[in-house]
Ligand binder design. Sequence first.
Ligand code: GCO
Length: 449
Amino acid sequence: MQRIDLPSSSRLLSPDFTFGVATASFQIEGATQADGRLPSIWDQFCARQGHVKNGDTGLPACDHYNRWQKDVEMIRDLGVDAYRLSIAWPRVMTQDGQPNTKGLDFYKQLLDRLQEFDIRSFVTLYHWDLPQHLQDRGGWLNRDTAYRFQDYASLVSRELGDRVDTYATLNEPWVSAILGHEVGIHAPGMTNARLARQAGHHMLLAHGLGMQTLRQEAPEANAGLVLNMGPNTPHSRRYDDRAAALIGEASMNHWFLEPVLEGRYPQLYTRLRPELTPQILPGDMEIISQDVDFIGINYYTRGIVSFDREKWVKDHAAKDAEVTDFGWEVYPQGLTDLLVDLNSQYILPPLMITENGMAGDDHLEQDRVHDEQRCRYLQSHLQAVHEAIEQGVDVRGYFAWSLMDNFEWAEGYSKRFGMVYIDYETQQRTLKDSARLFADFLKQRPASR
Ligand code: GCO
């Protein structure tokens, strides 16, 4: 098997660079009705026919709720420094805002075990599993949900105390706002472009209110948020295609970053599409733009775009490119380009790569999974992070998505992103070659750690 190769002087090999694996509650936990967990918008979405491939649901997922002890040992054996997980809001808070002790105990035990193993925890508060009772009152279209999120952040940070090293308020608000409210392929399945941006604004408000609370209740913890991003490459050198690339980036990459770092939405987009600009109340942008300790970047691929008269931006498939099982182009250079570009446009806090990985057509053969493409993907993307750091970007960590195969949203269990293979019938876990490669790499880092 190949080895991960980086220059010996690389910052990625320094003791203060964090390596981890990432998961999210709804994607791995299963046990959707255990111990008083309330329904979430994803339970509801899965139950509506035709929304999720093969009618898959949050059951069984990886049954992590019952198998967490072994899973944490598996994480330890990989040799990572940190584990990124998310808390299921509907597990830990009752409908009237009280703590659900049993749900909280699950996370307390898990986090205690991580601490025992000297693994730092990166906890995402919102990875898309909004309690359904809040959706019934308008969900993210209702401004009040941002305040309910603040209550939830307060409950979690008080209950979990110093077990958490780093909090992320939200994971990928672009995805939950746009795919959930404009494109309609994610919960809650709405299709209204203007309302999608309004939902996004309330998510940002939730982020800001959540930050205020975390600063008070968990002053020792780091806190920030996680955004999905990718560079947009113009389909041709034509002026209008290059303009489309800028518009695409404003509508996705900058739409959530600029408010947080600079307290305003990208003007390129608000001027072009004023009808989509959300309603902003006085004081909102101040709440949203508080200092964060880090920004998490989730990177999978780039976009290739051309100008379109109706939609402004039209996506194209990459020609003659290597793609993953999802059809996404493998384009590590895009990660370097993205990071360098952001660094030139903003005064950034430290960055973490909070997700990076790929779906593979993985098969279990004689207790092994030869995910050769994922091994190459890992190598080339770590190299891409290294190059961005060489060009001056302050990247402090890298989390592989994902620890194990799991529920891939609208794709159900059909797409496998894990470094560990899950047999959903037997719940057996098998390390893929990529997990072995990653573990070897982590163990060979200089001993000063
Ligand atoms: C994300 C998603 C993950 C997905 C992954 C692959 O944060 O993008 O949170 O949950 O599984 O991105 O699509």
